[in-house]
Design a protein around this ligand. Structure first.
Ligand SMILES: Cc1cc2nc3c(=O)[nH]c(=O)nc-3n(C[C@H](O)[C@H](O)[C@H](O)COP(=O)(O)OP(=O)(O)OC[C@H]3O[C@@H](n4cnc5c(N)ncnc54)[C@H](O)[C@@H]3O)c2cc1C
Length: 485
């Protein structure tokens, strides 16, 4: 926090201790340090305090304190957003939900949702469903199992059922949120009734959808204390296929067509170099004869015949694409693919997991974006060229989203923080420029990229956005610095 006097700091600390208890508040430098940075190029900054909330009342009290003292509040789960979004650029109080406010409050079997406290992790949710609700499933990212399911939904992440059901923001049925003045509001069908109930979180429609004031706002408008996410029926048969793809436009076309056919839970491609990374080669070089991409297609089915029908449709689509572009894509069962590429390839099938190639360097960053499917081919091609230009192994990750309505274009850079950050940053700038050219929208957007984006977006949108932020957070306490405001 800038220009915080010792007197003010002592007062804040005393009040934090009153709210949370002395064992749940710290201002010790070694404790604060881990919250000051993430794996990305975003500049580190120390917080002044870390507090560990457990109850809604404590969150209300700390929001009132932050307003009184005009001190920033940064909601935090595990800081794994890969966008610097929890770095306290103006200091203040980190509210770490992962330690004590992390209960799965309810799983509603028949209406298929789970009500989560903000600190619930993907690993926790998966274990709970596997152990106690095996007929239901959730969707998982390539993020480590200890990253937050609510943070991911609030940021509209994309997971391994997103090709069928869209980004995770669409999966939110409702939230409970603490507003700037300490009011606790319930949004979605859960607004029925004066008290919190577990049986009415089934939809957010058809009332005015106030959820838009909180989703994708990076914690800038309020503190979410409960979040209901949709679950989906687990189908008895799950089967995955891998295709090895030569070429860009045909790979994109196959993804689009598979999306439109609505047969797959997930359709994603990664640069073939990623397969080599999984084999333990940190800086792989593709030889010309090797394919450009590996595509993972995940199917699920109610019966064997259902699966066979999906398989037949997939083969027809592939045959058409291959006929049009030459036979450049080969499909095989995942198990056969894994035996070629290596058993470590299996992580992709068994999420959440720690994906070694993503975490083996000190630096990890990306240009994550939602892209128009029509431009996927050119994005894959030009994106791969940017990796070569900056001498990073290509790591393009792309996915068709929500049956082909949009797609993911995410070039990922792993780098050495001490020596390669500048090069990584230059490559990111170029990915950003490519994305803008083809209508991509960066997600989980770091502040520096938001500032660049402002050069290209409707100024009236920006004005409106600032007004909404001013209304939701008049004293600017909620995660300041995001979007450069
Ligand atoms: C190796 C790796 C791979 C990844 N792969 C994927 C992937 O495939 N797909 C994908 O979508 N993501 C992926 N991610 C990103 C990550 O999964 C999500 O962004 C993450 O799940 C968010 O949870 P978190 O614990 O990191 O949240 P944090 O980073 O702690 O918080 C996320 C945001 O939410 C805000 N926030 C936190 N709590 C609250 C609250 N209570 N109220 C309001 N705002 C709040 C924070 O201020 C921040 O802006 C990956 C990350 C890593 C490190």
């Amino acid at each position: 926090m800038q220009n915080l006097t010792d007197h003010k700091k002592t007062e804040i600390k005393n009040r934090l201790v009153e709210i949370f208890g002395p064992q749940n508040v710290t201002d010790k430098e070694p404790d604060l340090y881990t919250y000051s940075y993430d794996a990305t190029e975003c500049e580190p900054h120390m917080p002044d305090f870390v507090a560990l909330p457990e109850t809604v009342d404590q969150v209300v009290a700390v929001v009132k304190l932050a307003n009184d003292m005009e001190v920033p509040l940064i909601p935090y789960i595990s800081g794994n957003n890969v966008g610097g979004l929890t770095i306290p650029v103006r200091g203040g109080i980190i509210l770490d939900f992962s330690k004590r406010m992390n209960k799965i409050l309810h799983v509603h079997e028949s209406s298929m949702y789970a009500i989560l406290e903000p600190g619930v992790t993907f690993g926790q949710l998966k274990k709970c469903l596997d152990d106690h609700h095996p007929s239901l499933r959730y969707s998982y990212p390539f993020a480590p199992p200890f990253s937050g399911a609510v943070g991911n939904a609030l940021l509209s992440g994309m997971n391994n059922m997103s090709s069928a059901h869209g980004s995770m923001g669409d999966w939110i049925n409702g939230i409970e949120v603490v507003l700037h003045d300490g009011t606790v509001a319930r949004i979605g069908s859960c607004f029925l009734g004066k008290e919190f109930r577990t049986d009415n979180w089934h939809t957010r429609y058809p009332m005015p959808d106030l959820l838009g004031l909180f989703v994708n706002w990076q914690g800038m408008t309020g503190i979410v204390t409960k979040c209901a996410v949709q679950l989906w029926p687990r189908r008895p048969i799950e089967k995955a296929y891998v295709s090895f793809c030569y070429g860009f436009e045909n790979t994109a076309e196959l993804m689009r067509e598979l999306g439109r056919a609505e047969i797959a839970d997930d359709v994603l491609v990664v640069s073939v170099e990623v397969a080599k990374m999984l084999l333990g080669i940190p800086t792989p070089i593709k030889i010309p004869e090797e394919p450009d991409f590996a595509m993972l297609i995940q199917l699920s089915a109610l019966t064997q015949k259902h699966l066979e029908a999906k398989y037949e449709i997939m083969q027809c689509i592939l045959a058409k694409v291959n006929q049009k572009h030459g036979n450049k894509i080969f499909l095989t069962e995942f198990d056969a693919g894994a035996s070629i590429v290596g058993e470590s390839f299996r992580f992709a099938y068994d999420l959440p997991a720690v994906v070694t190639p993503l975490v083996e360097y000190s630096g990890l960053t990306w240009y994550g974006s939602y892209a128009p499917p029509e431009h996927l081919g050119v994005l894959l091609e030009k994106g791969t060229a940017i990796f070569h230009k900056y001498n990073f192994p290509p790591f393009v990750y792309s996915k068709i989203m929500k049956s082909g309505h949009y797609s993911l274009f995410r070039p990922i850079i792993r780098y050495k923080k001490d020596s390669e950050e500048e090069r990584a940053r230059s490559a990111l700038e170029e990915f950003f420029a490519l994305g803008v050219e083809y209508g991509c929208l960066p997600y989980k957007t770091p502040a520096w990229m938001c500032n660049r984006l402002k050069e290209f977006i409707d100024p009236n949108w920006l004005e409106f956005f600032k007004k909404v932020k001013g209304f939701m957070d008049p004293k600017g306490i909620f995660n300041p610095g995001r979007w450069g405001i």
